[in-house]
Design a protein around this ligand. Structure first.
Ligand SMILES: Cc1cc2nc3c(=O)[nH]c(=O)nc-3n(C[C@H](O)[C@H](O)[C@H](O)COP(=O)(O)O)c2cc1C
Length: 184
């Protein structure tokens, strides 16, 4: 099997290209998760809206890719209910949470049992360019159009061109570190 390979089962999830590591030695997943728990990361609610429906989920897997053109990436588990909506809509918004965002982070992580569009009952929402929900209280919101999707392991990696940005009020950010929310 080649290093880069098309997998038919991924096509259903909207992933276009599957990338290893499938045939290389790695540490155990539990050891990887334990190691990653030491790595503090900003907490975001990633939203989408369009023909595939309105949806959103909490994620820390967000990273800047390039400023020319402005591009970021985010990773969703393909089992997430938000994943197919993002794939079909072709757009998403990264809403970076401030220090008061723990409650909304838990709601969009499914920890309170709230599902689907009911999650948007909490918080004040607006839109920018793509129509994806923008959290008014977010520290910053990146409104993105998908330019590429890669399937890696259990996740889809979405590359988004940043169409619009909303700078919210400054102040402390919410960070997930050592399996707990922290304010920095
Ligand atoms: C702090 C935190 C960070 C998370 N980061 C991610 C992430 O980067 N990618 C991901 O797929 N899930 C992540 N999750 C898990 C999703 O939020 C969770 O699976 C959620 O229930 C998905 O909802 P959905 O199935 O309705 O889309 C994170 C959860 C928490 C609490």
């Amino acid at each position: 099997m080649s290093w880069i390979d098309q997998r038919p089962d991924d096509a259903m999830d909207g992933a276009f290209t599957a990338v290893g590591p499938e045939n290389v030695p790695t540490i155990e997943p539990a050891a990887f998760r334990e190691a990653m728990s030491r790595l503090g990361a900003a907490v975001h609610v990633i939203t989408t809206a369009g023909p595939g429906g309105k949806a959103g989920a909490t994620a820390t897997a967000v990273c800047s890719v390039s400023d020319a053109p402005p591009t970021l990436l985010m990773c969703f588990n393909r089992r997430s209910q938000t994943n197919p909506a993002v794939v079909e809509n072709g757009v998403f918004c990264v809403n970076t949470l401030g220090d008061g965002g723990a409650e909304i982070a838990d709601i969009f992580a499914g920890r309170t049992g709230v599902l689907g569009t009911d999650r948007f009952a909490t918080g004040e929402w607006t839109t920018l360019s793509t129509g994806s929900p923008v959290l008014v209280t977010a520290v910053v919101a990146f409104d993105c159009r998908i330019v590429e999707v890669r399937s890696v392991g259990t996740h889809n990696v979405f590359f988004g061109a940043v169409e619009a940005v909303r700078l919210g009020q400054g102040g402390p950010a919410l960070v997930y570190h050592d399996r707990a929310y922290k304010r920095v």
